[in-house]
Unconditional design. Structure first.
Length: 414
């Protein structure tokens, strides 16, 4: 075991203990506040709904902790336990050296991780989500989605992986820079084909037919100086009763997609307020900023991978004796998240800042009161806890906690 192995083990232990501690705090905090609805929400959320949210949060948090333990066990078996080396030997014995055995190794590791996650995903869908009345998926649909997902991952992922592996082998010192260009092009292509090619594989999209709501939304869009190509409704109720709305597409071909579940539960003014919030994300350039950040981060991480793949200690420290580009990629993606976990509060904070800004935009262009009542309905219907542990929330929550968020909106009502 070299020094890097010890650094790696220390990072894995630190991140894992921190996650377990945050999870335990969250469970304790939610349970401690189970007995009473926070004063700010009395009259809007019943004690029953509050306790159902507490229960749902605790069940999901516990499931998350179990999945964490499994993930760490698999990581250690694959790296220091020699699992990856064994898989690489197997791929090498069946396939010609170079690109074919490299791709073979990536496929083996990808399939292994999918299989390990499968029982948890089945449990989460058919036990947890079903118990709280959220799951609308049949086993047949689950397996159809699973197979489609695998085929899609192969159709998109294999060509990308082949190009990157080829660059790693043949493009010299600056391969990581070319790989970064390929990665950006790939992501932009995904954004472009998602609405027309990928999303329709899983859901049906129909033009919005509620004339009154449509007119309301068109007025909001005109007020905000926003052009879209269409308002469409997605059959989200096919899988789950959780509701949502999102934007998709580029420039003038932008579309707004509403889950049917959202339209069923919110009144037209509430839908308008939620949409105004989403428009805020666009108008305030949050989407573009996020893409720029992601590309900047991937530039750094690809450079780092370019450096690490040339260091023998990187492979040895992670239990591998035959270095290869495919192995470097896998080790990197397995190990890096444990080193970057401490940065998570920063990215979560950045995201929460954007949520506040989008709320403010919504308050200016629609009615803050409607956004508040929409949020309360969504918290209730999605059984989101109103009382998360503050530290857990600081690490994980992309959206501000209910109390802070609604408090700020109330300050903006006139
Ligand atoms: Zn938002």
């Amino acid at each position: 075991m070299n020094a890097f192995a010890l650094v790696f083990l220390a990072a894995v232990a630190a991140a894992t203990l921190l996650k377990l501690w945050l999870g335990a705090r969250h469970l304790a905090h939610v349970s401690a506040h189970r007995a009473a609805v926070p004063a700010e929400f009395t009259g809007q959320i019943t004690l029953d709904a509050h306790q159902r949210a507490a229960e749902y949060t605790c069940v999901k948090t516990r499931l998350g902790l179990i999945s964490l333990v499994l993930e760490v066990a698999l990581l250690l078996i694959l790296t220091l336990g020699g699992g990856l080396q064994w898989l690489a030997n197997a791929a090498g014995a069946w396939l010609p050296a170079g690109l074919p055995s490299g791709l073979g190794l990536l496929v083996l590791v990808g399939l292994l991780m999918t299989l390990v996650e499968l029982p948890l995903s089945l449990y989460s869908t058919f036990r947890v989500e079903a118990r709280f009345g959220f799951n609308k998926m049949t086993p047949a649909l689950f397996w159809k989605d699973f197979v489609k997902g695998l085929l899609l991952a192969a159709a998109l992922g294999l060509p990308l992986a082949a190009v990157v592996l080829w660059l790693m082998e043949k493009a010299g010192e600056l391969w990581w820079f070319y790989a970064w260009l390929v990665w950006m092009a790939f992501n932009i292509l995904l954004l472009a084909i998602y609405p027309t090619w990928i999303a329709p594989l899983f859901n049906k999209f129909t033009p919005m037919d509620n004339a009154a709501l449509k007119e309301r939304i068109e007025q909001l869009l005109a007020r905000c100086g926003f052009k879209v190509k269409g308002l469409v409704v997605m059959d989200g109720s096919l899988r789950s009763s959780h509701g949502n709305a999102y934007f998709t597409g580029f420039g003038k071909s932008k579309r707004i997609v509403f889950f049917d579940t959202l339209l069923e539960r919110l009144s037209p003014p509430e839908v308008e307020a939620v949409l105004a919030h989403e428009l805020g994300h666009f108008k305030l350039r949050h989407v573009v900023k996020r893409i720029v950040w992601t590309f900047a981060a991937s530039f750094f991480f690809l450079w780092l991978l370019g450096f690490l793949m040339q260091q023998p200690w990187f492979y040895q420290g992670l239990g591998v004796t035959t270095p290869s580009p495919a192995m470097a990629l896998i080790l990197f993606f397995l190990a890096v998240p444990y080193f970057t976990f401490l940065l998570q509060p920063l990215t979560a904070m950045y995201s929460r800042k954007h949520e506040f800004e989008a709320d403010q935009y919504a308050a200016q262009n629609a009615d803050a009161k409607d956004l508040i009542s929409a949020l309360v309905k969504l918290y209730k219907d999605n059984a989101s806890t109103l009382t998360p542990d503050p530290l857990h929330s600081m690490f994980y929550d992309s959206h501000p906690p209910a109390l802070t968020r609604i408090g700020r909106l109330q300050a903006q009502t006139t």
